[in-house]
Design a protein around this ligand. Structure first.
Ligand code: AMP
Length: 385
């Protein structure tokens, strides 16, 4: 078996790939990797995880246990991650013994909202107006500069709208500051967007680049609810989104997959909201609907292999299954699967808590509108009455 740090040659089937993190993104990556004849090791502080259930080896240790991280890295040919909030020291320790792709420097920028937005703005990528806020006085100055409504967000460790508070006026600013209880945050102008959209893209070791369609995303309570593709965008919008995305992957020197989330403003401008240096929930439809899934693309890119086609084979829509779907007991799987163009993905999580991502459905159809109708009908059918 191929082990240890490799030279610049590709990591070929039969080798072992390592994943830091053990959630559903790692699970779908592991499924893609095993299908292509790779072995998969996963490392996280948990056991019986979504990734561990389908990996060859599940290592349970703290990300701060750097000896355990080194042991993990020693046993694989390349390390990737499925979760960007891995501490920088963890990625550095892994990099002593294996290629880490994308590099720890990409994590460093994208795991911190303030660094990420500053990086984007300094390089001329379009972002919402924002200011750094490290004290209540700075919040007042930022509010005067940015105006209301605005959103105060913690700088680090935020996802799915966690660590965010809306600011309507000076007095709600005080409440937002207390609620966030952080010493580093970012105040962003509230964007009255027409739509939310995203592009998942991959960049190879040789700088090759591929991007999936600019998809339309609908969020409920800050969590992605549905994605559909293709979406009906004004002419030129998808091309602009692809150009921005390519620029971002190049500026960061990404080898791997990265998703750019956008706001589409009412006058048709794109603003980058967030970067995720890994496959993304809005790319889950690619598993069933594209020539190459985002997870296979992650594998190809981190292994130094040629990237696959991103072509959409059929219009598709994805709907997330949050723990809430379990509110009245085990969902009626057979009812959803009675729709022959609906695909079920479950992540193997034992406890269904409200808001927890437990799985998703993808529907295929002749149009994206029809796919969206089907996927919503399938999700509806899951709820037992
Ligand atoms: P985030 O965790 O920053 O991606 O935010 C989660 C969701 O909150 C986004 O997908 C938007 O629906 C909403 N949101 C975040 N920032 C803004 C903003 N500046 N203006 C309007 N909505 C926002």
């Amino acid at each position: 078996m191929t082990r240890g740090r490799q030279g610049d040659g590709p990591v070929l089937p039969g080798a072992t790939v390592g994943v830091l993190g053990s959630g559903q993104l790692g699970r779908m990556f592991a499924i893609a990797a095993r299908r292509m004849g790779y072995r998969v090791h996963t490392f996280s502080p948990d056991d019986d995880t979504p990734t561990g259930q389908v990996a060859d080896l599940e290592i349970k240790a703290s990300y701060l246990d750097l000896d355990a991280v080194r042991n993990f890295a020693r046993g694989v040919s390349v390390v990737t991650f499925e979760f960007e909030n891995v501490p920088a020291g963890t990625a550095e320790a892994a990099a002593e013994l294996a290629q880490v792709r994308p590099a720890g420097s990409v994590l460093h920028v994208t795991q911190h909202r303030l660094r990420e937005k500053t990086f984007l703005r300094e390089r001329g990528f379009p972002v919402a107006p924002f200011a750094a806020v490290r004290s209540y006085d700075e919040l007042m100055t930022a509010l005067a500069q940015i105006g209301t409504p605005a959103i105060l967000k913690t700088a680090g460790w935020g996802y799915d709208g966690k660590g965010q508070a809306r600011v309507e006026n000076q007095s709600s600013a005080a409440a937002a500051w207390r609620e966030l209880a952080t010493d580093e945050s970012i105040l962003e102008g509230f964007i009255d967007f027409a739509a939310e959209a995203s592009v998942v893209a991959a960049r190879g070791v040789d700088g090759s680049f591929v991007a999936y369609p600019l998809v339309a995303n609908h969020h409920v309570r800050h969590i992605l609810d549905t994605t559909h593709a293709p979406a009906a965008w004004p002419p030129g919008l998808e091309q602009s989104a692809h150009e921005i995305t390519r620029g971002v992957l190049e500026a960061l020197g990404v080898v791997g997959v990265l998703c750019v989330e956008f706001f589409v403003t009412r006058d048709g401008q794109l603003l980058v909201n967030e970067l995720a240096p890994r496959p993304h929930n809005s790319g889950h439809f690619t598993f069933d609907a594209c020539v190459t899934s985002q997870f296979e693309q992650q594998l190809r890119s981190i292994c130094g292999l040629p990237l696959g086609s991103t072509e959409l084979l059929r219009p598709a829509a994805m709907a997330n299954l949050l723990g809430d779907v379990w509110a009245s007991g085990e969902p009626d799987w057979a009812a959803a699967l009675a729709m022959p163009d609906v695909k079920l993905h479950l992540y193997g999580k034992a406890v269904a808590r409200p808001g927890r991502k437990m799985g998703h459905l993808t529907a295929l159809a002749n149009t994206a509108d029809e796919a969206l109708r089907r996927v919503l009908a399938a999700r509806e059918a899951l709820a037992r009455r």
